[in-house]
Ligand binder design. Structure first.
Ligand code: ZN
Length: 507
């Protein structure tokens, strides 16, 4: 192949400072692609990898000749900060591979953007600045990130342009990867582009960041309007960030890339001002567990439409363990039956169920490892309804659409007249196939509980409207009630934690 030689690399981790550390094995369990494996995986009909890399490769190929230089692409489920030594080893290998690759004309980085290590709050800054130091200041470097990214000035300084997701639930990874390919093509043709950026002291609870409606949806729309109106602007990215990373560089960041620095600066200012003026709307409002149970009871008795309860505080997609039993126990105590709950992450119980006889009752122990954090041991009689190996393809619509998913051994248990789906690998219940693969009929369910913050909204939209969704206030590692956490590194004062936080647009 001829054309520009573009290095492909990335490390995806949404790091939650309050969760147990993420280790090398957590990446190996989800996505640890080295060298040519990146291209092999991207060619598969259902790749098990961040889809922005797939979108980038396809767009680069469609636009003309190029030579991919696949380096390393690793991703783990959201979890605690990565073990620092594991991160250093990963980066050393990246540098070695770049050195061996020879001439590099450009670099594409596919990252989450909220990476921290056990010793360092700025993992992305470490990776990006190291790569920049190696390829030199004149080599175009473009990164794509999740909108839950907290980018430091060091990360920003290392990159020519940052492109963030515009959808939450995230369904535009391929498109943003394609955007990155177009920007890299422009930069390779010596088109002059400037990225202007600013950060405001607003750390929004995750539930306020949907893009279908609400204050963040308005902000994203305004950003796209600016991009449409100003022909000199190539990309508008708004990154509200991920509060639980607890870094000094948390806060809502606006990045605008364009040909005219002055136009880009004005757009940054306009969008920051809009975000700040609407800050009161970025406050979490959840439904108490008691009220949720009464709604569930009404739904069960046909006195209100079916409800979808989101256990937002125990979201594996934000680093939680996915195994608290607060909602399950409250529903049982409230006399609710016929509810479907998933996924309860419990590898030992899931494995045990693979050996047991279908239809038989037994004494099930949830969380047999005992109490820790928000997780409690719970022993109860259960009936084994179904089990399967947990391998499936993400359904559409949904954030996992077309992706190969491995939940590990799974089982459906009947507990006090409700169905609990137990899985082995930690993953948020964002796809109805996680439940229907066990023979559960969601069209008949009047109460469904998902351990997911918001990504379930895409997948479950054929079953539940937005009005039927209840975000329950139960204890957990990803509770949107930020005042319950002991943040130590967040820049303070910051809204909405500190109502006195202030910001004025620079002149
Ligand atoms: Zn995200």
């Amino acid at each position: 192949m001829t054309g520009p030689r573009v290095a492909l690399l990335g490390l995806h981790l949404e790091a939650n400072a309050f969760a147990p550390p993420t280790e090398r094995g957590d990446f190996e369990a989800l996505c640890a692609l080295d060298g040519a494996e990146i291209l092999d995986e991207a060619r598969k009909p259902n790749p098990a990898m961040p889809m922005e890399m797939v979108g980038f490769i396809r767009e680069m190929t469609a636009a003309g000749p190029w030579t991919p230089v696949p380096i390393r692409l690793w991703a783990a489920e959201p979890g605690g900060p990565v073990v620092h030594e594991d991160m250093e080893a990963w980066l050393t290998e990246v540098v070695k591979r770049i050195r061996q690759a020879g001439l590099i004309d450009a670099v594409y980085i596919s990252a989450h953007g909220a990476l921290t290590t056990t010793h360092h709050p700025d993992g992305d800054g470490m990776v990006w600045s190291t790569v920049r130091g190696f390829v030199g200041s004149r080599t175009p470097m473009v990164a794509t990130v999740d909108l839950h990214a907290n980018l430091s000035d060091i990360a920003i300084g290392a990159i020519d342009a940052v492109i963030g997701y515009r959808t939450n639930p995230h369904v535009d990874q391929r498109e943003r990867g394609a955007d990155a390919a177009r920007l890299i093509r422009s930069l390779l043709q010596k088109v002059e582009l400037h990225m202007l950026t600013a950060r405001i002291p607003l750390v929004a609870p995750t539930v306020t960041l949907l893009t279908e409606h609400g204050p963040f949806a308005d902000l994203v729309r305004a950003g796209q309007e600016v991009q449409r109106q100003q022909r000199s602007i190539a990309n508008v990215t708004i990154l509200p960030g991920f509060a639980f990373s607890d870094t000094p560089h948390n806060g809502l960041r606006v990045c605008v890339t364009g040909h005219s620095p002055e136009t880009a600066r004005m757009a940054v200012r306009q969008l920051c001002r809009m975000a700040w003026e609407t800050r009161e709307k970025f406050q979490a409002h959840l439904t108490s567990l008691e009220t949720t149970v009464s709604y569930a009871k009404q739904a069960m008795e046909g006195r209100r439409p079916p409800v979808l309860i989101a256990d937002v505080a125990d979201n594996p997609g934000g680093g939680a363990r996915g195994n608290t039993v607060w909602v399950l126990q409250a529903l049982i105590q409230g006399g609710v039956t016929g509810a479907v709950l998933g996924l309860h992450i419990d590898p030992k119980l899931a494995e045990e169920c693979q050996q047991r006889t279908l239809g038989k009752r037994f004494l099930a122990t949830l969380n047999r490892q005992g109490n820790s954090g928000f997780t409690r041991r719970f022993q109860t009689e259960a009936k084994l309804l179904a089990h399967f190996d947990g391998k499936l393809t993400g359904s559409s619509p949904g954030i996992f659409a077309g992706r190969s998913i491995d939940l590990g051994p799974c089982a459906a248990l009947e507990i006090d007249g409700n169905i609990v789906v137990v899985a082995s690998h930690r993953k948020q219940c964002a796809d109805p196939a996680f439940l229907t693969s066990l023979g559960i009929d969601l069209t008949a369910a009047r109460v469904v509980v998902v351990k997911s913050r918001g990504h379930f909204r895409a997948g479950f939209s054929p079953y539940f409207t937005a009005e039927q969704i209840i975000e329950v206030d139960a204890p957990g590692l990803t509770s949107p009630m930020l005042s319950r956490f002991d943040f130590v590194r967040l820049p303070r004062p910051v809204f909405p934690l500190d109502t006195e936080a202030n910001w004025t647009a620079p002149m």
